[in-house]
Each structure stands twice: as structure tokens, then as C-alpha cells.
Design a protein around this ligand. Structure first.
Ligand code: HEC
Ligand code: HEC
Length: 448
């Protein structure tokens, strides 16, 4: 027997502690990575697997789902581009960052008033797929990239069905959906996207639950968090500092496994505008998430008309987030340090996140001017364009909870640089395919 010490005794008030105990067992024993069980794929899921990797299902003939959702990158983008290139000649830039497809299996359909899984927060926008929740199922979602002229760029559902019918897995498709499966184009298209959904739901590679955190939460060998990771976990759930858990935590995943690290909720946190996205060349264009213009069922009745949904994007799962190199719906940030420092200093140092107009650029920045911000040049005078990617009519939609509590510019931020480093260490424990080392390191980053 080993002693079980639940973090709940240490961390006040925290949801995370409910299931999470420190990893136990004999840490000197030889350890192997947990192998998640794979149940046999249904025929539909087998078709979906073929489709997922099939580049002939695109206008270019060169792009599959896996081009943007690379299994080697936790089904996220394989590069650090904010948005990917697609379309018939693979030269069209998209308008949003590619999310990971892992851990989507429990996502409820979108609702304006979804009960928050924490049972404390009032119901609000939640659920659904994509950054704005406009697809209610993985099957509905798959129609979007197949037909988007800037992504896989097929010209119609019939165009997709013709390609499936010509593929090596056409016979498998008939086995799965009936010998007449290609007779009705609409039915065949719906079955094709259902197959993609089945693959994502059934294949264990989309939800392996084999991160260090999972070992920790399951009290398994190799799951002992280091001092730095433990501090990061506490901060993650501490309402007085980082408070990440209030939007990025949800108790149970599949079959009682550990947390999903999203509560499926939507908030407006005012990520800076990304000038690298071609749509943003139009100064009147704003990607406002739930209220459009990409999503079209919550549009303001006229430009600037009251609408509480404008600026809201989905709080994504943070599982595998440390494998990414482009962050937020517009991919404008490129490191976890940058993301967390944005949460920390959006209000206290807006000048390092949003452009300044007027004023005079310094030839040399002060030594105290941070290097992690998006803005690399320090200004004297001028006006910071804070919240520059949301029309002023909607600034009241911006969330005001910690750590984005609207404190005054120039005041102390909620987190220290050490806190930021500890949070990054904790987030790294959410990466899948963790291989515990036989002898855990005693020095180096994320240890002490
Ligand atoms: C050109 C790159 C690209 C290709 C190819 C692509 N996707 Fe995506 N995918 C994206 C982007 C960008 C988003 C976010 C879209 C948005 O928020 O509007 C996304 C979102 C998703 C989501 C929603 C995830 C979430 O967190 O809600 C799913 C599921 C998905 N894609 C599945 C697929 C499937 C299945 C295919 C193949 C049929 C595919 N994608 C092809 C870029 C791509
Ligand atoms: C008020 C709710 C809220 C809080 C608190 C919060 N987040 Fe977020 N988080 C969001 C939303 C919403 C997004 C997506 C915003 C967007 O893209 O416009 C997001 C996005 C992210 C991303 C980008 C993920 C990706 O795939 O691109 C990371 C990383 C992240 N949050 C980490 C954290 C950390 C760490 C904390 C605590 C310091 C935290 N968040 C606190 C709501 C929140």
C-alpha cells in the first residue's frame, strides 16, 4: 500500500482536486507508456478513416483532412502558420487557426444557454464545433472544409460523392451503407460525413487519455507531478490568480476518465487582431465569433446593434495545447508564454498587445520593455488601440473575470513570471503519449 495524498487537501475550492491524486506506486519500477485499448472500428469508421487521409477528396487533389489536422500534431496543424493555405491551388489563406480534433467526443450541441458543467456558473453560450459553435455535430462540421473554397474546395456535395465513388474504398462504403449507397447523392454525402464522424468518435487516437496528467489523476505509476507542475496546477485552479479552470476545466471525459480542460463555454477575451489574415485587410471586417459574420444565425440586426454574442469564441480544450505553435481563433500568438502573458498583462500593459496610433516610436526600447508581446516597438505618447478586433459597440461583452479583470494600465499584473513558467510546466503535462522515465529527472526545467 502507498499513501494516497489528494491535492484536495492542499488546494482550496478546486474542482480539479476532486479526481486528481498524486501518482503513487513504486517509481523505481520499469515503466512503459499506457497503451489505450482500441476497439474494432465499425465499417462506417473504417470508411471515415480512409476519407480522412484521402487527398483526392479536394479540389487541389493534394489536401486531406490530415493536411491541416495532422495526427502527429495531436490532429492540430503541422506548422506554426496562424492560418493554413488551401483552395484549388493551395494558395488561399484561411481565416482561422486549426483546432486539435482530440477530445471532442463529449462536446454537446451548441446552445445559447447551456448549463455550465461546474454547476456554479450561470448558463451561457456553450457547446458545438468550430471556434463559433456553428456546427452541431462532427458530421455537420465535416461539410464545412469539404466545401469551403479556401480549404478542400470541392464544388458541391455531388462532387465529393463522385470522388468517394471513384475511390479504392467505394466497395467498403457500400458495405457500410448499403449496395445502393451511391444512388441518392444527398444520402451518400450525409453518409460520407457520418463516416468521418464515426472515425473521430471511435478511433482511440482521438482520445487516448495517456498524458502525464492522466497518470496523475488515475494515481498511476509515472504520474507524480514535479514541484513546478504542482505549483502550476494550483495556479491553474486558483480563482485569485490564474483562474484558468473557470473556463478551461470540465470534470469527466470518456468513461469516467479525467478532465477535458474545457467547459465548452464561450467568452469574449479580446484577442488582438491578426493583420496576417487577408480578411482583416478590410478595416470594416471583424471576426466576431458567435455573432458572425462567418456564423450567420446570431448576426446583429444592423451594424453595431446591441448583441451580447459579439466577440465570443469557444474556450478550447487545453489538452495537447503545449504541442501547438499558433494560438487563439486567429492564430495571432505563437508561444504559450505569449498566451499566458497576454492573460496576465492585457490590462496592465495593453501597449505590448495592441498597436499604438500617434506618438513617437523609440529608436531603442527601454530595457524593461517586455520582449514577449506582439508589439516589438515602444512608443512615447499616442493612443493604444486596446481591444482592436471588436467594434466599440461590443466592448461591454468582454469578460471581466480573473485574470482579465480590467485592472488599470500600469498596475501590478496578477501573476509573476515564475507563475507563468509554472503554468507552462503544468500545461505540458496535458500532452498525450507521455512516456514516464525510469529515473525521473532531478534538475532542469519544470522540475523544482
Ligand atoms: C485547410 C485546413 C483544414 C482542412 C483541410 C480541414 N480542416 Fe478542420 N478545421 C480547420 C479550421 C481552420 C477549423 C476552425 C474553423 C472555424 O472555427 O470556423 C477547423 C475545425 C474543425 C473541427 C472543429 C473542431 C472544434 O474544436 O470544434 C473539426 C471536427 C474538423 N475541423 C474536422 C475536419 C475534417 C473531418 C476535415 C476533412 C473533411 C477537415 N477538418 C479538414 C481547418 C481545416
Ligand atoms: C474567461 C474565460 C477564460 C479564462 C479565465 C481563461 N481562458 Fe483561456 N481561453 C478562453 C477563450 C474564450 C479562448 C479562445 C479565445 C479566442 O480564440 O478568441 C481561450 C484560449 C486559450 C488558449 C489558446 C488555445 C488554442 O488552442 O489556441 C490557451 C493556451 C489558453 N486559453 C490558456 C489559458 C490559461 C493558461 C488560462 C489561465 C491563465 C486561461 N486560458 C484562462 C477563455 C478563458
Amino acid at each position: 500500500m502507498f499513501t494516497r495524498v489528494c491535492l484536495g487537501s492542499v488546494v482550496a475550492s478546486i474542482v480539479l482536486s476532486l479526481s486528481a491524486c498524486s501518482g503513487g506506486g513504486d517509481s523505481s519500477a520499469a515503466v512503459t507508456p499506457p497503451v489505450p485499448p482500441q476497439v474494432a472500428l465499425s465499417l462506417a469508421a473504417q470508411v471515415g478513416k480512409q476519407m480522412f487521409f484521402d487527398a483526392t477528396l479536394s479540389g487541389s487533389g493534394k489536401m486531406s483532412c490530415a493536411t491541416c489536422h495532422d495526427p502527429k500534431s495531436a490532429y492540430g496543424p503541422p506548422n506554426n502558420l496562424a492560418v493554413q493555405l488551401g483552395g484549388p491551388t493551395l494558395t488561399a489563406l484561411g481565416n482561422r487557426a486549426v483546432p486539435s480534433l482530440r477530445y471532442k467526443e463529449n462536446t454537446p450541441a451548441y446552445a445559447d444557454l447551456l448549463d455550465n458543467p461546474d454547476g456554479i456558473s450561470v448558463p451561457g453560450p456553450g457547446g458545438g464545433f468550430t471556434w463559433d459553435g456553428r456546427a452541431n455535430s462532427l458530421a455537420d462540421q465535416a461539410k464545412i472544409p469539404l466545401l469551403d473554397p479556401r480549404e478542400m474546395a470541392n464544388t458541391s456535395p455531388a462532387n465529393v460523392v463522385t470522388k468517394v465513388q471513384a475511390s479504392a474504398y467505394a466497395a467498403l462504403f457500400k458495405q457500410a451503407f448499403g449496395s445502393n449507397a451511391f444512388a441518392d447523392t444527398n444520402a451518400a454525402f450525409n453518409n460520407a460525413v457520418a463516416a468521418l464522424q464515426a472515425f473521430q468518435l471511435e478511433d482511440v487516437s482521438f482520445h487516448p487519455y495517456n498524458s502525464k496528467f492522466d497518470l496523475y489523476a488515475g494515481n498511476k505509476i509515472g504520474g507524480t507531478l514535479t514541484a513546478a507542475e504542482t505549483r502550476g496546477l494550483k495556479l491553474f485552479s486558483d480563482p485569485a490568480t490564474a483562474n484558468c479552470a473557470s473556463c478551461h476545466y470540465q470534470g469527466a471525459g470518456l468513461n469516467g476518465s479525467s478532465a477535458l480542460f474545457t467547459d465548452f463555454s464561450y467568452e469574449a477575451i479580446s484577442v488582438p487582431r491578426n493583420p496576417g489574415i487577408p480578411d482583416n485587410n478590410n478595416p470594416a471586417y471583424f471576426d466576431m465569433g458567435i455573432c458572425g459574420p462567418i456564423r450567420t444565425d446570431h448576426l446583429p440586426t444592423s451594424a453595431g446593434a446591441p448583441n451580447t454574442f459579439c466577440g465570443m469564441f469557444k474556450a478550447p480544450t487545453l489538452r495537447n495545447v503545449a504541442t501547438r505553435t499558433a494560438f487563439f481563433h486567429n492564430g495571432v500568438m505563437h508561444s504559450l508564454e505569449q498566451v499566458i502573458q497576454f492573460y496576465n498583462t492585457r490590462d496592465t500593459m495593453p501597449e505590448i498587445w495592441y498597436p499604438t496610433v500617434g506618438g513617437v516610436a523609440k529608436t531603442v526600447n527601454d530595457p524593461t520593455f517586455p520582449t514577449f508581446g506582439l508589439i516589438k516597438t515602444q512608443y512615447v505618447g499616442g493612443t493604444v488601440q486596446k481591444y482592436n478586433d471588436l467594434p466599440s459597440a461590443y466592448l461591454t461583452n468582454i469578460d471581466t473575470q480573473m485574470p482579465l479583470d480590467g485592472r488599470a494600465a500600469g498596475s501590478a499584473p496578477p501573476m509573476s513570471d515564475q507563475n507563468v513558467a509554472d503554468l507552462i510546466c503544468f500545461l505540458k503535462t496535458l500532452n498525450d503519449d507521455f512516456v514516464p522515465s525510469k529515473t525521473p529527472p532531478t534538475s532542469g526545467a519544470c522540475v523544482n
